[in-house]
Design a binder for this molecule. Structure first.
Ligand code: NA7
Length: 537
């Protein structure tokens, strides 16, 4: 079989890409590993999993009708509701007929003779396409650290990002261990603690988390929001992060201590990401950062009754330089009698035993072990697939060369014609409102393919020079901030042996959008576009 385009993944990216391709008259096929749509929202079914972008902004915006038809229940809905939304979208736009479920793409090789991509599926079938588009997401390659002895564990174990689909994990009466306290750990720990007989949290690095202050939306609020979308959406598109929130223009160091305290108290009371937006220089200036960091530490000391436990929970990295976390009663959970916090930086995990887990100084008996250990972010999902461009060059080889991963705009790669990445490395992706970032890439790709068809062009490929310049720009922007100093999945530092490079464009979503539009308007500057030989001859 041959298609105009093959897309991997039926999450937010793949669903809209399919719709956009079909609307433009291209033939397209989506391959999806799961047995349903949803992507990250299909796989992340762990207890407490919820969105931490405010739901009224966590939408596709391409269809005014869809915006009016769908109604979110609360500020931060749980995973099942977001999955229902994506199923609603798939039904509304009749997307399923072009999606092949329970199918993984194992390889994608560019054939220079035919200028087609040859795609291999996990059942051995091969299909081809002119365009190969990745919608694999940024956080779909689960990181299961290679702890010694996992195979001998006598209990049940789960990774938060590969949670069982058809059975409820029953924590009642069980001794549960959770390794990891990023967003997934922080969301699941309070929920598991309520059910388990005992919960032991194995924490390596304390994190800053801010109350989500989730609440149901009133009918009136929903009515007003739906009415205001025509004004809100342009603001979102032009903003730094894809939300209609104007960042502060003030430095944290401009305000006297009492005023700053008030600003932080108000942001804390609102919950969500307001604290990150409280001053413009929190992720730029160490002293400014410390004011916010110390404010959160004071909240931890206030909330957690046992001072020794509170002390273990105090973070020391620069606030905001790892993905900010929102919680519902996270710190309060450590006041429960049935919860123990173990510092595995001080006494590292040595092995998983048949009965539980052994650290350097103690042994813990466990019935269930939950790995909230995160992901090989940004590049991991793509590198799980054997992707080869011109001359058989693999993406893995390409991204191992030089001092950092190189892409053009996070959308394309020199050496890999007609291959597009939706929210690839070096795009704003996860530091923007994801559905919006995805839509922008999908629209850009859709427009590009239409332009190529209209102009009799067959291949598009980033030039090495444009790519090197973009990567340099990404690095310069990141290096002017505190972000690269943190050991996070943004830098690849969370995966042993992964080359360290800042994998996200920090110049802001609105400016990035403008850059991409300008490049398209200049006839795809920085790309080489070639006509189809049959048109030339
Ligand atoms: P994260 O944020 O990467 O968190 C992973 C957690 O697992 C973090 O606390 C890690 O500690 C911990 N971890 C990882 N490996 C180990 C080992 N070997 N030993 C002990 N602890 C370990 O992943 P999440 O799934 O929570 O969130 C991912 C994104 O999803 C999030 O950023 C949002 O964008 C949504 P560390 O901090 O590395 O010391």
């Amino acid at each position: 079989m041959s298609y105009d385009a093959i897309v991997i993944g039926a999450g937010f990216s793949g669903l809209y890409m399919l719709h956009r391709l079909r609307e433009a008259g291209f033939t397209a096929r989506v391959y999806e590993a799961g047995d349903g749509v949803g992507g990250v929202w299909y796989w992340n079914r762990y207890p407490g999993a919820r969105c931490d972008s405010e739901s009224i902004y966590y939408n596709y915006t391409f269809s005014a009708e869809l915006l009016q038809e769908w109604t979110w229940s609360s500020r931060y809905p749980e995973q099942p509701e977001i999955l229902r939304y994506l199923n609603f979208v798939a039904d509304k736009f009749d997307l399923r007929r072009d999606i092949q479920f329970e199918t993984r793409v194992t390889a994608a090789h560019y054939q220079e003779a035919t200028r087609k991509w040859l795609i291999t599926l996990d059942d051995g079938t091969q299909v081809s396409a002119t365009y190969f588009i990745s919608g694999v997401g940024c956080l779909s390659a689960a990181n299961l650290p290679p702890f010694k002895g996992l195979e001998q564990f006598g209990g049940e174990w789960y990774h938060t990002g590969q949670w069982p689909r058809n059975e409820k994990v029953d924590f009642k009466g069980k001794r549960v261990g959770v390794i990891g306290n990023g967003s997934s750990g922080v969301q699941s720990i309070p929920v598991i603690a309520q059910e388990a007989e005992h919960l032991t949290v194995f924490q390596r690095t304390p994190q800053y988390t801010i109350p989500a202050r989730n609440h149901p939306y009133s009918d009136e609020f929903i009515r007003q929001t739906k009415e205001s979308y025509p004004e809100i959406i342009p603001q979102m598109r032009e903003s730094w992060g894809g939300f209609p929130i104007a960042p502060s223009v003030r430095s944290a160091l401009e305000d006297p201590q009492d005023v700053r305290q008030q600003v932080y108290e108000e942001a804390w009371a609102k919950g969500g990401f307001f604290l990150s937006y409280a001053y413009h220089d929190l992720t730029m200036n160490e002293a400014a950062n410390e004011t916010a960091a110390e404010f959160i530490r004071s909240k931890i000391r206030e909330t957690v009754h046992n001072p020794e436990v509170a002390e273990k929970l105090l973070p020391s990295y620069y606030f905001g330089t790892k993905r900010p976390i929102l919680d519902t009663h996270y710190y309060e959970t450590y006041n429960r009698e049935n919860v123990t916090l173990v510092d595995v930086k001080k006494a590292p995990i040595v092995e998983i035993t048949p009965k539980g887990l052994r650290t350097a100084d103690a042994e813990y008996e466990l019935d269930i072990l939950v790995f909230a250990t995160g992901y090989d972010g940004m590049t991991g999902p793509l590198l799980k697939i054997d992707i080869r461009g011109k001359d058989g060059w693999t993406l893995k080889e390409k991204w191992s060369e030089g001092s950092n991963v190189q892409t053009y705009l996070g959308l394309a790669n020199a050496g890999f014609p007609n291959f597009f990445m939706i929210t690839g490395p070096e795009s704003p992706s996860v530091l923007a409102n994801m559905p919006l970032a995805i839509e922008q890439h999908v629209d850009w790709i859709g427009d590009c393919l239409t332009y190529m068809r209209q102009n009799g062009l067959e291949t598009i490929e980033a030039t090495p020079e444009a790519e090197a310049a973009w990567s340099r720009h990404c690095k310069e922007v990141a290096d002017a901030t505190l972000y690269p100093k943190a050991d996070s999945w943004y830098t690849g530092a969370n995966i042993a042996g992964k080359p360290r490079s800042f994998l996200i464009y920090l110049g802001g979503f609105g400016s990035y959008r403008q850059i991409c539009s300008d490049i398209a308007a200049k006839g795809y500057e920085g790309f080489t576009l070639a006509p189809s030989p049959k048109i030339v001859s």
